[in-house]
Design a protein around this ligand. Structure first.
Ligand SMILES: C[S@@+](CC[C@H](N)C(=O)[O-])C[C@H]1O[C@@H](n2cnc3c(N)ncnc32)[C@H](O)[C@@H]1O
Length: 253
């Protein structure tokens, strides 16, 4: 199975438990909603959401944004189905199963707003794919998204390094590197620290949201090595940083 297939499957399996484990994602979606609500958009924007998950971003934006149309899309059919269960009764919503790196719209389709919260870290060609989405904006439109940045999970990585091992968590870009990818992009950053009861609790939470697919080419640790890493992670307080970049890009003229 391709890595993207693994990502689709992992999020599909987690769709039913996602909301219970996704405190960080809910917080980040609310922050992004605040940013989006402040953008100079037309009165009833046509919106495309990529990687909608169970719908946190829409939930947070709903009271703040009157939209003309909102298209929920996700790589995982189960996630898109969850969003539909939640918001399907609302007028002017549509649900699409789609890889955000291969949008399924005609060349003439344009959006006033393209949004995404904590999905683009799963993209395989972040720079090109975001640039392509940007070209789908109508004049005056905006692309706004959050994604994971460099310091995320540094405690987990450090626990591996101390034991001479390498963590399977993907390497994320620095905010300055993200800003350099797209002319005119503004990138803000936030560090959030989450404390866990144990190392296993941390891993359970990642699995509960479907975010356990390793970086390309990484193999899982042996049970013994994993137990040592967990002990080391707990010795340093069993906490994990989420370094979140919030990016906003205006349509190119
Ligand atoms: C961490 S969840 C975030 C979900 C939601 N945006 C939220 O804020 O709770 C990541 C989501 O991105 C989706 N995803 C991953 N890769 C994707 C891709 N290439 N295209 C579209 N969606 C993708 C996953 O299926 C999952 O629903």
């Amino acid at each position: 199975m391709t890595r993207k297939g693994q990502v689709r499957e992992a999020f599909g399996l987690a769709a039913a438990t996602y909301d219970r484990h996704a405190d960080i994602q809910r917080h980040v979606a609310r922050r992004l909603a605040g940013v989006v609500a402040g953008l100079p958009l037309p009165p009833r924007p046509r919106v495309l959401e990529i990687g909608c998950g169970t719908g946190f971003l829409h939930e947070a934006l709903q009271p703040r944004l009157a939209y003309g149309e909102w298209i929920f899309s996700d790589l995982s059919p189960d996630m898109a189905a969850r969003a539909r269960e939640r918001f399907g009764a609302l007028p002017h919503t549509r649900y699409v199963v789609m890889d955000g790196e291969q949008p399924c719209f005609g060349l003439d389709v344009r959006f006033d707003l393209i949004v995404s919260s904590l999905s683009f870290q799963w993209f395989e060609r972040l720079g090109e794919s975001v640039a392509a989405l940007r070209r789908m904006l109508a004049p005056g439109g905006w692309l706004a998204f959050t994604t994971m940045a460099r310091d995320s999970f540094h405690e987990w990585r450090q626990a591996h390094r101390q034991l001479g091992l390498e963590a399977a968590t993907p390497a994320y870009p620095a905010p300055a590197d993200l800003a350099a990818l797209w002319p005119g992009a503004r990138v803000d950053e936030e560090h959030i620290t989450q404390e866990y009861q144990s190392g296993r609790d941390f891993l359970r939470q990642l699995k509960g949201i479907g975010a356990q697919v390793p970086a390309p080419g990484r193999q899982p640790l042996t049970p013994g090595a994993l137990a040592r890493v967990i002990r080391c992670f707990e010795d340093h307080g069993a906490r994990s940083t989420y370094h979140v970049a919030t990016c906003r890009l205006p349509a190119e003229r």
